[in-house]
Structures are given as C-alpha cells and as structure tokens.
Design a protein around this ligand. Structure first.
Ligand SMILES: Cc1ncc(COP(=O)(O)O)c(C=O)c1O
Length: 359
C-alpha cells in the first residue's frame, strides 16, 4: 500500500500471536451451552480464584473511577518479596515485562537466545524490536540444553530467555544447574528467568530465587498472577531485578500499565496462600489423572512439572480440531515445531475425564 511505505521492515515479517476462537463463538458454532465448553488450552487455574480475592474485586467496583496507583502494587510486591519496591517492575501480565526487556536491550543487529520449545513471546518480543532470535534445540529428554545456549552467545547477544517450568514442554531444570548457567553468562548480557509456573514445581524442587537478583545485576525474574493465582483475566505480573536494571526498564513502562482491580486483587491473593496450596494439590491430582489416562490410551507425554501436559497424539492439528468439534479446546503445538503434540491444561476431574474419553 502506497501510503504505508514507512512501516518498519521487521514488522512485516512478524507472525502474530495466535488466539483461538472465543468460547462464546465456539459454543454457538457447536450449538452447545457456553458452560459446556471445556477449555484446556491456556494453562489457567481451573480451580479459579480465591473467594477472598473475588470479594475484593466485587467491592472495588465503586472505586473504578480513579486511575490505578501502580506504586501501591510495587510496595505490596516489595513487601511480599522482601525487596526494595523500586526493584519491582509491575507488568500488564508478565508478558509485558518480556516486551519491556526487549525494548530496553534489543534492536536491529542484536540477538537474543531462547530454547526452541519455549514460550512464543520470547521470539515475538525479540521480533517486535527488529532483533534476531536464536532458537536452541533441547536435549533428547526435552529439557533445555543450557550448555548449547551458552555456546550460542555472540558479540551481538543481549538477552537470554529461560523459563522454569518450561512452556510448552512442561519440563524443568534443577535450580543448581540454572544458577551455574546464569553464572556463566557475561554480566552485560541480560538473563530473563521466567517463573510463571514455578509454584507448581514439586516441594523439593521449588526455590525462592529472589535473592539471586541481589547476586546477579543482569538478572530479571518474572512472575505472574495468571497461573496458580487464577487471575489471567486481570493481566498482572511483575519482574524483580537489581535497582539499576529495574530503573531502566521502569522508564519504558506506562504510568498506568496495571489496572486498579488487579492491584486490589493482588494484595488479597498474596494473603491467601492456603488457596495456592489447595491449587497445588488440585493440580497434582489432575495431572496424575491425565498422565495415567494417557498411558492407558498408549499416548506418550513429556514428564510434566507445571499445570499442563504435552502429549504425543500423532497429528496434533487434526486431533485438536476433532476435540474442538466435541467442545474441548486444547493447544496443538505445530506452531511450536512439535507437530505431533497437543498441550493440555489440567482441568477439573470431569473435564479431564471428558478429554480422555474423547481421545
Ligand atoms: C512461560 C510463560 N511465561 C509467561 C506467560 C505469560 O503470562 P502473563 O499472563 O503473566 O502475561 C505464560 C503464559 O502462558 C507462560 O507460559
């Protein structure tokens, strides 16, 4: 188009994030009730949100006329993590922290490195700013190949992305190995350790990494309220980094990037750790139900550590479409270069049963 001649070249090559059909549209197409749709595609917490958080959200309605006070969120998260609030980077979902990181450190001619099977936003955030993404194949057991990631560093490398638990594979790496990895990375290269699913790790593997951000001035830890806290719809996550690093990233952040409902909800969500525990137990039971079912059906799967399972169904796209026709939504992983795998979020017992029955 003649009038759009000034568009950045790199934007023309971006393949946008693929969102599935809305639940309402799918229900209408299938002629079923909207509540009958089984959504197992986005790794949300099927148990929902703490009732205490729901109450806070309802009560907040009358105060929605005010702009949000994002500094309150920084204070609450600073207190929870026992760090200076200025070291907190509030995000409209943790995805925004990924984008802000790319904006701060990447650009044309520069590179970032991520595992081949990793959250698509690492690649997209890199592409948004015209940089080049280097994808590193995993080891045979699907765990991330940290040694190969280190070897991929060049003078152009500015950001290393890593997620523990990894999405979409669901695999994890022991924290000792991750610490070695971070230590081996030159301190002028940013490491973003994405902990979106860290609450789901088994007790003996879980570690509070907050202190690492004191040790490594180039480290950004990201966390989210979209997964175990069950608040994906409110879009709130955060990063923790050294004071200097957080300061640079916060400069690019919009002043009202987290909404007021989310800020009110976060305080209550952090206070209700009993709900987190309950969600963890719910997840362990549901994941066991799924993996036992997959084994019974003869489907192999990648050993899961999060609230989802990547399972080999032969032709993922075809299977996902067939399941959709039955009102069950899963994520086929062809876009993640795993064309035989679908990713299934742990659902309620009846939802898991419905999926296994349909398979
Ligand atoms: C590894 C990983 N990081 C981050 C996110 C994004 O979460 P948020 O909702 O906080 O933007 C997801 C969401 O699926 C994820 O899988």
């Amino acid at each position: 188009m003649k009038h759009l001649t000034h568009i950045h070249e790199h934007i023309k090559t971006i393949n946008p994030y693929q969102l599935g059909r809305s639940t309402g549209d799918l229900a209408t197409d299938l002629g079923i009730d909207i509540n009958a749709v089984v959504r197992l595609a986005a790794n949300e917490n099927a148990l929902g949100t703490s009732p205490k958080v729901q109450k806070v959200i309802q009560d907040y309605a009358k105060d929605c006329l005010r702009y949000p006070e994002v500094s309150v969120l920084q204070r609450v998260l600073g207190e929870y993590n026992n760090v200076d609030p200025l070291r907190i980077i509030p995000g409209n979902g943790s995805c925004e922290i990924l984008e802000l990181t790319a904006q701060t450190f990447l650009g044309p001619g520069l590179q970032s490195v991520y595992p081949l099977y990793s959250f698509v936003m690492y690649k997209l955030a890199t592409q948004y700013v015209g940089a080049q993404g280097i994808a590193i194949a995993p080891r045979a057991d699907f765990t991330d190949d940290l040694a190969a990631m280190l070897t991929a560093i060049t003078p152009q490398t500015r950001v290393m992305w890593l997620s523990n638990v990894a999405n979409p594979t669901g695999s994890y790496i022991p924290y000792a190995a991750i610490k070695q990895f971070i230590t081996a990375i030159p301190s002028n290269i940013i490491v973003l350790l994405d902990e979106a699913y860290t609450e789901y790790l088994p007790d003996e593997e879980r570690l509070d990494t907050t202190d690492w951000s004191n040790e490594f001035p180039n480290l950004i830890l990201t966390r989210t309220f979209s997964k175990i806290y069950g608040l994906a719809g409110l879009r709130v996550g955060y990063g923790i980094a050294s004071l200097e690093l957080a300061d640079y990233i916060n400069r690019l952040r919009g002043p009202y990037n987290c909404n007021a409902l989310a800020i009110a909800a976060v305080t209550a969500a952090l206070e209700d750790q009993a709900f987190v525990e309950k969600s963890r137990a719910f997840n362990v039971a549901g994941r066991k139900q799924l993996t036992e079912g997959f084994r019974r059906l003869g489907f192999s799967y990648i050993e899961p550590a999060g609230n989802f399972v990547a399972v080999n169904v032969g032709n993922a796209r075809e299977m996902a479409e067939k399941l959709m026709q039955k009102g069950i939504v899963v994520l086929p992983l062809h876009g993640y270069q795993l064309p035989e795998y679908i990713r299934v979020t742990v659902g309620h017992e009846a939802e898991n049963r419905a999926l296994l029955g349909a398979l």
